[in-house]
Write a protein that binds this ligand. Structure first.
Ligand code: NAP
Length: 243
């Protein structure tokens, strides 16, 4: 009973990742989401078409206690299940110039991406270390590498996740658990639905936004046995926008 846990798996990149991990690698899915139950149910039925199980886990990754409780309860109810893959994908943006960024906009963005990484990874990592196999894949962003004006909060959260990826990879490599980050540029999803693609694509050498499925292909490779000698890396997927 091998499982992959994908946070923010109901929509966008997370949804495409769930479908890929099920169809490429035959993993059962633990699909976390925050509030959109209809989207989560729809993704679950698409995942199940690959012939695997998909359990929905509703919790806010920013909430330490509820994250820990929900995952621990699920583990107790499924003692034979083993979470081998963790994709820390849940993330939000609250854009605006730093000077106007209030405490709530700062905290919620950092709490979801960075503290979400802590809350979820802490809860599942010990089991990976014990079984001497695991894949942790953190979905970060171009913003976390180059810094993006209007996104100081988001750049800070994703930049910190990149450093955490590199540090954790060095701590646990001996146990054959790898930790990598994927840094997308502009990808079509609800997060970017208000962006002017016709204008922004002029900046992108491949002249278009990426599709969630293209990010999912990379995550699927990193989650597989085929990536066994890659750890502590940040892999860009941005149509040539930045490297
Ligand atoms: P999206 O379409 O807005 O989907 C976000 C997903 O995260 C949804 O499944 C949502 O659940 C979930 N989520 C949000 N807050 C959560 C929380 N507190 N706890 C649990 N789940 C939560 O976003 P996306 O574009 O697919 O982005 C996915 C990841 O890629 C994010 O980390 C984002 O920062 C990163 N990224 C995206 C782009 C891009 O261009 N789209 C570029 C670089 C990086 P509900 O459905 O329940 O709301």
């Amino acid at each position: 009973m091998k499982y992959a846990l994908v946070t923010g798996g109901s929509r966008g990149i997370g949804k495409a990742v769930c479908i890929r991990l099920a169809s490429d690698l035959n993993y059962n899915l633990l699909l976390n989401y925050h509030s959109n139950t209809a989207a989560a149910e729809e993704t679950k039925s698409e995942v199940e078409k690959a012939g695997v199980k998909c359990d929905l886990l509703k919790f806010d990754v920013a909430d330490h206690d509820s994250t820990q409780k929900t995952i621990e309860n699920w583990k107790n109810e499924n003692p034979e299940a083993k979470i081998e893959i963790l994709v820390n994908n849940a993330g939000i943006t609250k854009d605006g110039l730093f000077i106007w960024t209030n405490k709530e906009s700062w905290d919620s963005v950092v709490d979801t991406s960075l503290n979400g990484f802590y809350n979820v990874t802490q809860t599942v990592l010990k089991d990976m270390l014990r079984s001497r196999f695991g894949r942790v894949i953190n979905i970060v962003s171009l913003s976390g590498l180059k810094g993006n004006p209007g996104q100081v909060n988001y750049s800070a959260a994703k930049g910190a996740m990149i450093s955490a990826t590199k540090a954790l990879a060095q701590e646990i490599g001996k146990r054959k658990v790898t930790v990598n980050a994927v840094a997308p540029g502009f990808i079509k999803s609800e997060m970017t639905s208000e962006f002017d693609e016709d204008e922004l694509k002029k900046l992108i050498p491949l002249n278009r936004f990426g599709d969630p499925e293209e990010v999912a292909n990379l995550v699927s490779f990193l989650a597989s046995e085929r990536s066994s000698y890659i750890t502590g890396e940040v892999i860009n997927i941005n149509g040539g926008l930045y490297s």
